[in-house]
Design a protein around this ligand. Sequence first.
Ligand code: 3PG
Length: 306
Amino acid sequence: MRKVLVATEKPFAAVAVKGIKEVVEAAGYELQLLEKYTEKSQLLSAVADADALIVRSDIVDAEVLAAAKNLKIVVRAGAGYDNLDLTAATANGVCAMNTPGQNANAVAELAMGFMVYAARNTFNGTSGFELKGKKLGIQGFGNIGRIVARLAKAFGMDIYVHDLFAPDLDTAAQGCTVVSDVKELYRNCNFISVHIPATAETKNSIGRELVGSMPSKAVLINTARKEVINEAELIALMQERGDLKYITDVAPATAEEFAKFEGRYFASPKKMGAQTAEANINAGIAAAKQIVAFFEEGCERFRLNK
Ligand code: 3PG
């Protein structure tokens, strides 16, 4: 009997686990659950006899893949797959997938919430400002960026978008102003919402030059990855400019340095963008279905590695 391991350091909602179990068992497979593990060794031993693996931001590196002797497929239940070593997956004959779009709405809603939180002075009771009429720059126009645009339109924001990987954006960008130069995006916008993956090209790319060009009382919202921020430059900039705010769902590596910017900085204690029952159900069940389709039909849609 095939064994599907769900290994989540940050667990799915119980209702999502129930749905995953139903899909897995309907296919005649067995579900094994490893939640809230604290040591990598726990993952290494749990994965030893798994045929398939479902993870979230859990690190699946060469060591994990080497320990997973029976593994044929790993699915990252989510969008960003910087936690998967794709080269090692290929070397071990493992198909790696993600579930793009399945948790996008949850992340987009959180980005909007963060904007309100910043505009209303972290809910401290003092007079803030409104999103209506403000310029929002959406950096990265994939599944999440597009939903943010739709939601921000309802707030009456003036929307600008930039996408490094698709500079000629399609009709979905209608109603937004497409900006081909990211510098222009930052220079023009009161708010920037970051929705880019962490890649060699994007890591450390958001720092003094971009954020420093933003208008007075600018707000940087990051629900993407901490690695895309040049933290040292942002700290120096926030020291110089007392008007800047940084609200992030992905706590910086140097969080204690940022903590001194009281009222201008907030980081979620644990990444919570995709942490809704709906997103967990969508991404978790999609992952389970992709695994069944892979084994039963040889379906490799959403395969990430060559
Ligand atoms: C993603 O890439 O899908 C999001 O960052 C969500 O990550 P999580 O599953 O660890 O919450």
